[in-house]
Design a binder for this molecule. Structure first.
Ligand code: GTP
Ligand code: MG
Length: 294
């Protein structure tokens, strides 16, 4: 676990796992969210251990299954033996990591990798962004893994229908969205079709950003992180380990004396973040700043 995570008294940041079949776009998504490209995006399955991304400047290391740690080099991540490594810890000064940790998972059904490589990381997570490949969206193997997820994880989870640019006509696009919605009804907090490549290429161009589908997804994500931050500030235990979010102890509400209220006319949401002791997450209008800068 990182030094950041062990900070005494600091509220724990939400931990969001990026999961899905191999080549669904998980690493492309983390690179989009980070505004940097520390992770390899590959046409073939990469066979990388889970990569835990935390805010900071510390040197990267790997945590082995026996609990020992050793330094690693970012340039050689793909040489790290997956079966002996529980996860790789990377530190980056990305804006998104100020409000959450991301854990990039390997693909769920790689025939050359035991599922224990990613299953043993599940107890570390609070929720999931699941990437499903538009041209073969929501396969049986994905549904089977998702069925076993506790409601505490599913409640806030996002389903991204990635590589949506690969569906070239409106009829196919509509059909895929309709089918996936029907088959996953009630199992995700939100479902968004997106082209991650177009979103990365959009840069600062708002029209291209909107056309990629990334806008509604990132706005949802910011709200979700804000909601989760309030919950994880009350629960050291990652939500995967709880059957339901209602198992998290209720918030201790400090009495607020008039002396402490220094409210500017339009700062109600920021004030709420401060009052609950969680990290201050700005409103969704700030989504683009957090997701796209750096
Ligand atoms: N056309 C298109 N290609 C994409 C999109 N997202 C990702 N890709 C490409 O798909 C390939 C696989 O993407 P990755 O991000 O490496 O996928 P992954 O899920 O991390 O794959 P593994 O880690 O191997 O399981 C890369 O060549 C990406 O450039 C997208 O939205 N559209
Ligand atoms: Mg990957």
């Amino acid at each position: 676990m990182s030094d950041d995570a062990l900070e005494v008294g600091g509220p724990r940041k939400p931990r969001i796992a990026l999961m899905g079949e191999f080549s669904a776009g998980k690493s492309t998504l983390s690179n989009l969210l980070l505004g940097a490209r520390p992770l390899p995006e590959k046409v073939t399955a990469t066979r990388l251990s889970p990569v835990w991304l935390t805010h900071g400047t510390d040197a990267p290391f790997r945590v082995n299954v026996d609990g020992t740690t050793e330094p690693v080099s970012i340039a050689n991540l793909e040489d790290i033996p997956v079966h002996e490594t529980r996860y790789i810890q990377l530190f980056l000064e990305a804006d998104i990591l100020e409000v959450c940790d991301l854990i990039d998972f390997p693909g769920i059904s790689d025939p050359n990798m035991s599922s224990s490589v990613w299953e043993r990381m599940l107890p570390e997570v609070d929720t999931v962004i699941w990437c499903t490949h538009a041209t073969q969206a929501w396969r049986q193997s994905e549904a089977a893994v998702w069925e076993d997820m506790p409601a505490s994880v599913r409640e806030n989870a996002v389903l991204l229908i990635t590589r949506f640019d690969k569906l070239t006509n409106e009829k196919d696009r509509g059909r895929v969205i309709k089918r996936v919605r029907k088959e996953t009804q009630g199992q995700f907090g939100g479902i968004f079709p997106v082209s991650l490549l177009q979103a990365i290429k959009a840069g600062e161009d708002p029209a291209l950003w909107d056309a990629s589908g990334a806008g509604p997804f990132t706005e949802y994500l910011i709200d979700m992180i804000e909601k989760l931050a309030e919950i994880t500030s009350r629960s050291e235990v990652p939500l995967y380990n709880l059957a339901s979010i209602s198992d998290v102890p209720a918030a201790f509400v400090e009495p607020v004396t008039p002396r402490r209220i220094e409210r500017s006319p339009d700062s109600s949401r920021t004030q709420r973040g401060v009052a609950t002791g969680g990290p201050v997450v700005e409103t969704s209008s700030e989504a683009n700043r957090i997701i796209r800068t750096s």
